[in-house]
Structure formats: C-alpha cells, structure tokens
Design a protein around this ligand. Structure first.
Ligand code: UT7
Length: 323
C-alpha cells in the first residue's frame, strides 16, 4: 500500500474578453497569418481592468471544488502557481483562501513562471506524501496582459490570462503504476539562462517591468528539455511513452508541442491542445488544458497523463499521473 495524490476535481475560468489576432493588426506590424503559423495562437482572453489574478484563481478553484463535490472546509492547503500575483505580498493564495471563506489550513504561492504548475503539483504531492495535508487545491492563475509591452510584437501577441485548478486528495494505492494519482515528477532549473525570458522590473529594482523574451532561443531549448523531462518522469514511474494516453503540455507554441510529441514518439492524437484559444497563459496553461480536455471528453478516469512545461529561469519539469 502507498499514499497517492489523486485528482478528484478540476475546473477553470477564463476572463470574458476574447481578443482575436486581428486586433493586433490595428496597432502593430503583424498579421493574423504570422501569429497563427508561427505560434498556433488564434485568440486569447484578457482580464477586465478590475479583475486580478486571485479573482481568476478563486473562480477556477470554485469550479474544481464543485467538480469534486467538496467545499473549502474540506481543503487543508492551497498551492497557487503564478508570476503575476495581485500584490507584492501577501500571496495570491491567501487571497483565494479568504475569498473561498477558508479559515483553516495554509496557503502559499509558487513562482516558476511557465513551469509553475508543474512545480506546484510536485510540491502539493510532497505535502500529501509527507502527511502535512490530505486535500490540496493546486491552482495556476495569471494575468500576463499586465506585464506586456504593447509595442513589442514579438511578445505581446503570444500571451493571455486565465486560471485552472485541481483538487488533489490522498488515497491509498498499491504502489504500482496502475494506481490513480501522481506517479512521478521531475523538476529542473538552470539560472544561467535568465536573459532568455524575464521581466525587466521587480520590487528590488523598484519598477513593475515588462516581459522580455528571446523567443527563438527559448524555442531551441524547449523541445529537447521537454521531451527529456517527460521521459524522466515516466521512467521514474516505470513507464515509457507507449503507456501515455495524453500529453498535456504547457501551451506556448503549437510547433513546440508538435516537436515534443514527435520526439517522444507520440502522434498529435494523444496531445491535448488549447493554445489556439488561450494563447500562452504561463502557469495557468496546464490546468486549463486538463480542465478543457476533460470537458471535451478527451481525458477519462484511468488515463495515463504526462504534463510538461518550460519557462523563465529557465525552469522546466514534468509530472506523470493517472487520472
Ligand atoms: O512559455 C514560456 C516559454 N516560451 C516559449 O516557449 C516561446 C518560445 N518561442 C516561440 O514560441 C517562437 O520563438 C516565437 C513564436 C516567439 C517566434 O517564432 P520564431 O519562428 O522563433 O520567429 P523569430 O523570433 O525567429 O522571428 C522571425 C521573424 C523576425 O523577423 P526577421 O528578423 O526574420 O526579419 C521577427 O522580427 O518574425 C518577426 N516577428 C514578427 N513578424 C510579424 C516577430 N514577431 C512578429 C509578429 N508579427 N508578431
């Protein structure tokens, strides 16, 4: 027998405002065609002016709790992955805790940019396996529209806002790869690559700053590192690519998603793709894709899923789990 962190609920929230690629043609030297062919993105959602990351996160959390048939009272901890928290402090997670009316347990943010949700899942799993929590809300939520340089066509057309959430619950398994729940994780970072993707501001430098990215350099790292981290997580679970029902990748670029699947020897029929509708929502992209994938009827109970993500840091990682 072995403890496992099993997904018992999933949900998401997307802000109302949908912005098609054609909007950018009005203000930038860009085309819908360029954005589609280079990134796979067709539209993205942007938060309303008065809508913050913790608002999006709370709505996704409520949807996940409803899906699980649970209330906030049943939750021991909230782990929220974001790089765009409402305030410098307190954490967006504690704001969600308050908005849910949860007065016990603990809540904190995890910041690993686009890899944030994989880091949050891995940390939530560790909390459960070490007996510190029985049920954990794991959320990815972002308002990247707030850190865009609207004059930089190479970045501002790529990102969007949104939130997704999972409820993880401790359940007994057999200790084999047939168990439901998180089977293995793999986390990595290499701070030597800081200049490839960063925000040129922050508390300690006394500004908010804008996202800066050398996209083609990040691209070069992405496929190789994503395929490898997914393989490592699967190996740790005693599995291979052949066992995978769904790759649920970070949704940054359709060409990265296709390249990674190909390197793993899997056809696109086994990949959940939402990048066309959401753009790159950083730490929110994987839980959004899990929720939409379930809604579409793609992801079913018992399916073997591998998630993988890379972003600023560079930080990257993967989680192998059975749904
Ligand atoms: O989620 C975190 C991790 N981030 C990523 O995974 C993003 C990784 N990178 C990418 O997705 C791609 O590199 C991009 C979509 C950002 C760019 O695609 P690319 O094929 O790597 O293009 P590029 O950066 O090499 O740029 C090609 C050309 C350049 O023009 P020149 O120098 O060849 O004349 C750019 O100036 O495309 C130009 N360009 C644009 N043209 C029209 C850049 N942005 C645009 C634009 N519209 N919006």
């Amino acid at each position: 027998m072995a403890g496992r962190s099993v997904v018992v609920g999933v949900g998401h929230y997307l802000p109302e405002r949908v912005v098609p690629n054609s909007e950018f043609e009005k203000t930038l030297e860009t085309t819908d065609e360029w954005i589609r062919t280079r990134s796979g993105i067709e539209r993205r959602h942007f938060a309303a002016e008065d809508e913050t990351t913790s608002d999006l996160a709370t709505k996704a959390a409520k949807a996940a709790l409803a899906d699980a048939g649970l209330t906030a009272d049943d939750i021991d901890a909230i782990v929220l992955a974001t790089s765009t928290a409402d305030l410098t402090f307190p954490s967006a997670a504690t704001m969600v805790q308050a908005q849910l009316g949860m007065t016990k347990g603990f809540a904190f943010d995890v910041q690993a940019v686009c890899a944030g949700f994989v880091f949050a899942l891995s940390n939530a799993n560790a909390l459960i396996l070490s007996g510190q929590a029985k049920r954990v809300l794991v959320i990815g939520a972002e308002t990247f529209s707030r850190i865009m340089d609207w004059t930089d066509r190479s970045t501002c057309v790529l990102f969007g806002d949104g939130a997704g959430a999972l409820v993880l619950e401790e359940q007994e398994g057999q200790g084999t790869a047939d168990d439901r729940g998180i089977l293995a994780t793999d986390l990595n970072s290499d701070g030597r690559y800081k200049d490839l993707l960063y925000v040129d501001g922050g508390v300690s430098t006394q500004s908010t700053g804008h996202l800066r990215m050398q996209g083609n350099q990040v691209f070069r790292h992405a496929v190789e590192k994503l395929a490898r981290t997914a393989e490592v997580a699967l190996e740790r679970a005693g599995l291979t690519g052949d066992d995978v029902d769904w790759i649920v990748p970070h949704q940054a670029n359709i060409r990265i998603i296709q390249g990674t699947a190909k390197k793993m020897g899997l056809p696109m029929e086994n990949v959940v793709v939402t990048v066309q509708d959401h753009g790159n929502t950083s730490a929110a992209s994987i839980p959004l894709a899990l929720s939409v994938g379930k809604q579409r009827g793609q992801i079913k109970r018992g399916d073997l899923i591998v998630t993988e993500a890379i972003g600023g840091g560079l930080a990257w990682g993967a989680v192998a789990l059975r749904w």
